[in-house]
Ligand binder design. Structure first.
Ligand SMILES: [Zn+2]
Length: 263
C-alpha cells in the first residue's frame, strides 16, 4: 500500500465515522456522536503522527543534556550510500541505517561495509509498504524478509533491534507485532524533507537547528517508492551537516548508543 492509498483509507474511515456521527446526532445522542468523532480523530492522529504513543511507544530522541546525537538514513542502500559512508568515515562519525530488504538484496556489499565500519543497521521493512491497515502476520513478514537480506549480506546478528515503520505510520497491529519479533520502535526528532531534493545548501541549512544534543536527525539515502533512484543531494550535503555538528562539539553516535536502554 502506498502513502496516498493509506491517506485515502483513513480519510474514508473518517467519512464513515462522520456518517455515524450524523446518524447518531439525529438520534438525539450528542454525547455519543461527539465520542465517535473524537475516536476517529484520535485513531487518525495515532496512525500518522510518528511519536504518538497510542499505537505503542516510539523512541524519538536521546538525552538532551549530553553531547551526543544520532544521524539516521532511511530507505537505502542505493548508489548514494558509499559516498555517505565515505563522509561518515572522514568525520569519525557513526550513523544508523534503516534499510529496506529490497535494497539490501540489491546492494549486499554496501550492507557488509556498514557493518564493518561500525554503523548500526536497523529494519525499515522489506518493500516500504504502509502498515496502517496491515495485520501482525504481514508486519512480521516485512521484518523477517529485511532481516534475512541483511544477514545474508553481513552475517548473523548484523540486524539490530530497532524498527522504523515506513513514514512512521503505524496501525494497531504494528507495535505488538514488532515487539513480539524483538524490536523497539524508532521515530525521529527532526526530518528535513531532503527526499524532496530542495538543493544541497537548503538541506544543510534545514539541518542546522536539529544539530543539538539528543537529536535524532532523519535523512534518506534512497527513495522508498523508486528502487532505482539514489539521493545524491543528501550525500553531497552530509559533509556540511557533519561540520555543523563538529562546530558544536557533538559526537555522532548510533541510535542504540543514543537511546541506551530507553524503551
Ligand atoms: Zn522510508
Amino acid at each position: 500500500m502506498r502513502k496516498s492509498q493509506a491517506v485515502a483509507g483513513v480519510a474514508g474511515a473518517g467519512i464513515v465515522a462522520a456518517g455515524g456521527v450524523a446518524v447518531t446526532a439525529r438520534a438525539d445522542r450528542p454525547v455519543r456522536a461527539a465520542l465517535i468523532a473524537a475516536a476517529a480523530g484520535v485513531a487518525a492522529w495515532a496512525a500518522f503522527a510518528p511519536r504518538n504513543p497510542l499505537f505503542g511507544r516510539v523512541a524519538w530522541r536521546g538525552s538532551v543534556t549530553g553531547e551526543r546525537m544520532a544521524i539516521t538514513f532511511d530507505d537505502g542502500p542505493s548508489e548514494s550510500t558509499p559516498a555517505i559512508l565515505d563522509a561518515l568515515g572522514d568525520a569519525g562519525a557513526r550513523a544508523t541505517f534503516f534499510v529496506l530488504g529490497r535494497q539490501a538484496r540489491r546492494f549486499p556489499d554496501v550492507i557488509a561495509r556498514m557493518a564493518r565500519e561500525g554503523h548500526q543497521i536497523a529494519n525499515h521493512g522489506d518493500d516500504h509498504g504502509i502498515l496502517i491497515f496491515r495485520g501482525p502476520g504481514h508486519v512480521r513478514r516485512q521484518l523477517r524478509l529485511c532481516e534475512r537480506a541483511v544477514e545474508d549480506a553481513a552475517g548473523p546478528g548484523a540486524m539490530s533491534g530497532l524498527f522504523r515503520a515506513p513514514h512512521g505510520f503505524r496501525g494497531p497491529a504494528t507495535w505488538p507485532a514488532a515487539r513480539a519479533a524483538g524490536y523497539r520502535m524508532a521515530g525521529w526528532t527532526t526530518g528535513v524533507f531532503d527526499s524532496a531534493e530542495p538543493g544541497v545548501d537548503v538541506i544543510v541549512a534545514r539541518c542546522n537547528p536539529a544539530m543539538r544534543p539528543g537529536s535524532v536527525l532523519l535523512l534518506h539515502d534512497a527513495d522508498g517508492w523508486a528502487p532505482e533512484r539514489s539521493r545524491p543531494q543528501t550525500a553531497a550535503a552530509l559533509p556540511g551537516i557533519l561540520a555543523l555538528g563538529r562546530e558544536r562539539g557533538l559526537e555522532m553516535v548510533t541510535m542504540d548508543e543514543l537511546l541506551g536502554t530507553a524503551l
